[in-house]
Design a protein around this ligand. Structure first.
Ligand code: ZN
Ligand code: MN
Length: 484
C-alpha cells in the first residue's frame, strides 16, 4: 500500500518592536506603504545590519516551548537569489548553525491518539518586501522588508492531512500564547509549505513541495489533493516529477510552478557583516522561566482541576480570554471559596456552560472577549450561577438577567428585584395562574381529556407564558396535571 510521508516548513514573523537588522518599526498593521524604512531594510549598498536582541529572545522562547536544544553557538548566512522583493540579492538567514535544533510537539488526533512530531530545526532570518500587482504594474512595499522571520522545519514524521493541519494549528496556539508571533495566517504572519511523497517501502518516494498555503484548510486540502494525484500517477505506471507546486485556492488544486531543473543554487556563505551568536546557558535559563503555560499544560490542568469534558476544554484552549474569565468566575463561586472542591457540585459545569453558550453569544466579536470582565464582573457572573443552582431563577429568566447584566453592568440580584423577575414558588399562586388558564381555554382542556396529548403541552405553554417564565417548568407540569 502506498503510504504518504509529509514534512512541513513553516515561516512565522516575530512580534518585536523593531525589525531584525535595523531600528525601523515592525508594525504589521501599517497601512501607508514604505513608511517604516531605512537604508538597511531598503538594501542600500554599504548599509550595515545589527542583530535585534528581542528577536533572538523570541526564537529562543519558541525553541524552548517546542522542546528544542538551544545552540550556544550559531551564526547568520547569506542565501543568494534574485527576486524583486529582495533588492539585496540575498536574504540573511541561517544555514548550518541554526539557533534551535531537535525539538518535538505532541498533537492530539480526532481518534483520541496523541502523536509526537519531531522538529528538525528553527532558524532566524528576515522577511522580504511585499509585492502587489495592480493594473498591469507591480508595486513594492518595504514595510515588511527585514521583519524578523523564523523558519521551522519538521522531520518527515507526518503521514496524513489531519496530522499536518493539527501540527500547524497547535504551533499557532503556542506562538500566540507565548507572544512570539501574531501567527495570523490570513495576514501572512504564518505561512506553510508541505513536502509530500508516496512510497510502498521504507525508502521515501519522489518529493513534491507545495507552496502558498495561507490557511489550515489549504494545508489539509492540498495534501489530500497531492496524495490522490501522486497515487493515480503511480498506479498508472507513470512517475512523480520532483517539483515545486502552488496551491490554487479557488480551483482547489495544486499547479506546477517549477521543476527540479530550475531549482536555485543559493550559494550560502557566512554573513560577513554580522558576528556569530554566542548564547550562554544562563541566558537560556533566564528565558525558560519566562515561558507561559502552554496549551498542552492547560489541557491537563483544566481536566484535573475542573473535570471539564474534552470539547469544553478545546473551546477554552482556543479562546484564552474566556478561559481566564472562566477561571476567575469559578474562584468566585461559593463552593470554590468554601473548600476548593466543586467537583461534586454542579456549579463548575453550569458556570462553564453559561460562558460557552449564553455569554459567548452576547459578546459581539472575538476582540471583545478580553474586555468581558469589564461588562460583567466574574463576581456578578458567579452570583448569577449560584442563583440558577439554587433554583431562585429559571434558565429562561437567567438569560434575561444575563443580557441585562451585559448591557447595564448591573448586579444580578438587583436586576431580579427591579424587574420583578423572582421565581414564583408559592403553590397557591401557581394554582391561581393554572386555574385562569383552564377557564380561558375550555376547548383545549376538553381535547386533552378526550386523549389529545398535544393539548396538554399547549396548556402548559400558556401557564409558562402567563407567569412570564417565572415558574419552574417541572413544577408547573406537576400542578397542571393534578388540577385537570
Ligand atoms: Zn530599516
Ligand atoms: Mn525561509
Amino acid at each position: 500500500m502506498l503510504k504518504p510521508t509529509i514534512g512541513l516548513e513553516i515561516h512565522f514573523e516575530g512580534k518585536t518592536k523593531s525589525k531584525m537588522f535595523c531600528s525601523c518599526l515592525n508594525n504589521p498593521e501599517e497601512k501607508e506603504p514604505n513608511k517604516n524604512v531605512c537604508p538597511i531594510c531598503l538594501a542600500h549598498p554599504g548599509a550595515l545590519p545589527t542583530i535585534n536582541k528581542e528577536a533572538i529572545e523570541k526564537i529562543i522562547l519558541a525553541g524552548l516551548a517546542l522542546n528544542c536544544e538551544i545552540q550556544n553557538y550559531s551564526r547568520f548566512d547569506r542565501k543568494s537569489y534574485f527576486y524583486p522583493d529582495l533588492p539585496k540579492g540575498y536574504q540573511i538567514s541561517q544555514f548550518d548553525f541554526p539557533i534551535c535544533k531537535k525539538g518535538h510537539l505532541d498533537i492530539h488526533l480526532d481518534n483520541g491518539e496523541t502523536k509526537r512530531i519531531r522538529i528538525n530545526r528553527i532558524h532566524m532570518e528576515e522577511d522580504t518586501a511585499r509585492l502587489s500587482h495592480e493594473g498591469g504594474s507591480t508595486l513594492v512595499d518595504f514595510n515588511r522588508s527585514g521583519v524578523p522571520l523564523m523558519e521551522l522545519v519538521t522531520e518527515a514524521d507526518i503521514h496524513s492531512a489531519e496530522e499536518a493541519k493539527k501540527f500547524a494549528q497547535e504551533l499557532q496556539l503556542i506562538l500566540k500564547y507565548s507572544d512570539i508571533s501574531g501567527a495570523n495566517m490570513e495576514k501572512g504572519q504564518m505561512r506553510c509549505e508541505v513536502n509530500i511523497s508516496l512510497s510502498e517501502t521504507e525508502e521515501l518516494g519522489t518529493k513534491v513541495e507545495v507552496k502558498n498555503l495561507n490557511s489550515f484548510k489549504a494545508v489539509e486540502k492540498s495534501i489530500e489533493y497531492e496524495i490522490k494525484r501522486q497515487k493515480e500517477l503511480i498506479e498508472n505506471g507513470e512517475s512523480v516529477k520532483q517539483e515545486t507546486r502552488g496551491w490554487h485556492d479557488t480551483k482547489q488544486i495544486t499547479m506546477e510552478q517549477r521543476s527540479k531543473e530550475d531549482s536555485f543554487e543559493y550559494r550560502y556563505f557566512p554573513e560577513p557583516d554580522l558576528p556569530p551568536l554566542n548564547i550562554s546557558n544562563e541566558e537560556i535559563e533566564s528565558l525558560r522561566v519566562k515561558l507561559v503555560e502552554l496549551p498542552n499544560q492547560k489541557r491537563k490542568r483544566f481536566k484535573e482541576e475542573f473535570d471539564l469534558d474534552d470539547k469544553s476544554i478545546e473551546f477554552y484552549i482556543n479562546e484564552p480570554d474566556l478561559a481566564n474569565y472562566f477561571e476567575k468566575s469559578v474562584s468566585e463561586l461559593d463552593c470554590w471559596k468554601r473548600d476548593k472542591d466543586c467537583m461534586k457540585d454542579g456549579s463548575i459545569k453550569l458556570c462553564s456552560n453559561y460562558i460557552i453558550t449564553d455569554l459567548q453569544s452576547l459578546i459581539k466579536n472575538d476582540s471583545d472577549f478580553d474586555k468581558i470582565d469589564k461588562k460583567i464582573t466574574p463576581e456578578n457572573f458567579a452570583e448569577l450561577i449560584s442563583m440558577i443552582e439554587k433554583e431562585e431563577v429559571s434558565s429562561n429568566i437567567a438569560k434575561v438577567i444575563l443580557t441585562e447584566m451585559y448591557n447595564t453592568q448591573g448586579d444580578p440580584s438587583n436586576i431580579l428585584k427591579e424587574k420583578g423577575l423572582s421565581a414564583i414558588t408559592d403553590d397557591s399562586e401557581i394554582e391561581k395562574i393554572i386555574n385562569e388558564v383552564i377557564s380561558e381555554n375550555a376547548k383545549a382542556v376538553e381535547d386533552y381529556k378526550g386523549g389529545k396529548d398535544n393539548s396538554f403541552m399547549f396548556l402548559l405553554g400558556q401557564v409558562m407564558a402567563k407567569s412570564k417564565g417565572k415558574i419552574n417548568p417541572q413544577k408547573a407540569e406537576e400542578l397542571l396535571k393534578k388540577i385537570i
